[in-house]
Ligand binder design. Structure first.
Ligand code: B1M
Length: 233
């Protein structure tokens, strides 16, 4: 008999529910994750807390076991599907904003890389903070970035990479912008688990952002600086 079937999520206290959600995300149980998200929201949790404490933390655990060969791609795909289910509920709440438009961003996961959960989160959080976000999706090559720049005239270009093999592609994009003489027209933010601040500086990005909350703060700060520079020139 399956013990899990006996667990009634709504009867668990917050701490136990969050732990159960970690297990459910690990097991790729999308419906249970959606239910858990709704319960926590109903108990007055902020969407951001649900996201970070229940979903992102669960995916961190999945990542460790994936690294250690305990979980494999099919299981991780199921976990990612459950995570996306939960994010789908949180998205409208996170992007709900009366804030004035702060700027425009195009964001994409770079060529060769199909990880999009972190990039999606960054996009959502920036939308929530008042940015207009154009999401270029996964496996984005330099021509797609250039076309989006032409079309959307962004203030910020965001790039995400989750693999050590794809992070160097960010430099390809930045070098291409330099060759075209347009690098300094944009704020360039980079992020993703294998990156760090040194890497961001080495490839010529304006900032490396550890997580989506840092991306929002950094985007706001660099936009304010850009406006101040424009005002004083
Ligand atoms: Co992949 N994978 N994966 N994977 N996967 C990692 C990244 C890995 C670290 C797992 C591990 O070994 N521990 C490892 C990379 C090792 C390395 O290069 N150093 C890895 C590998 C090896 C692979 C494959 C090669 C496996 C294989 O096929 N043998 C393969 C590659 C496919 C490809 O891209 N070409 C692969 C495939 C997959 C799945 C498809 C199964 C799935 C992706 C599903 C999807 O995204 N739709 C998957 C997943 C889910 C992961 C882990 C487990 C979780 C990633 C995630 O979603 N995290 C991951 C382990 C890990 O990262 N610990 C792993 C949650 C997310 C909220 O965090 O993405 O870090 P994160 O985003 C954060 C910050 O990084 C930051 O803010 C976000 C929110 O706070 N951030 C930005 C991210 N982008 C930003 C951009 C910004 C600013 C901040 O500015 C614009």
């Amino acid at each position: 008999m399956n013990d899990e079937a006996e667990i009634i999520l709504s009867e668990l206290n917050d701490d136990d529910l969050v732990l159960q959600m970690h297990d459910d995300l690990y097991d790729g149980l999308k419906d249970e994750i959606s239910e858990g998200v709704n319960i926590l929201l109903g108990r007055g949790w902020t969407p951001y807390d649900v996201l970070t404490k229940a979903l992102v933390e669960a995916m961190r655990i999945v990542g460790e076991d994936f690294r250690d060969g305990i979980l494999f791609v099919p299981e991780v795909l199921l976990a990612a599907g459950a995570m996306k289910g939960g994010m789908g509920i949180l998205r409208p709440l996170l992007v709900e904003t009366g804030a004035p438009k702060l700027g425009t961003m195009v964001v994409g996961t770079v060529k060769g890389d199909i990880h999009d959960i972190g990039k999606n989160l960054v996009g959502m959080m920036l939308e929530g903070a008042g940015f207009e976000v154009f999401d270029l999706g996964i496996n984005t090559d330099v021509d797609q970035f250039l076309a989006a720049i032409e079309e959307h005239k962004p203030d910020i270009i965001g790039m995400s990479a989750l693999l050590t093999t794809t992070m160097p592609y960010m430099k390809v994009v930045i070098d291409t912008l330099k060759e075209k003489g347009i690098r300094d027209d944009f704020i360039i933010l980079v992020g993703g688990a294998p990156l760090n601040a040194e890497f961001g500086a080495a490839i010529g990005a304006d900032a490396y952002c550890r997580d989506a909350a840092v991306a929002v703060e950094t985007a706001k700060e660099l936009m304010a600086r850009k406006h101040n520079q424009q005002a004083s020139s």
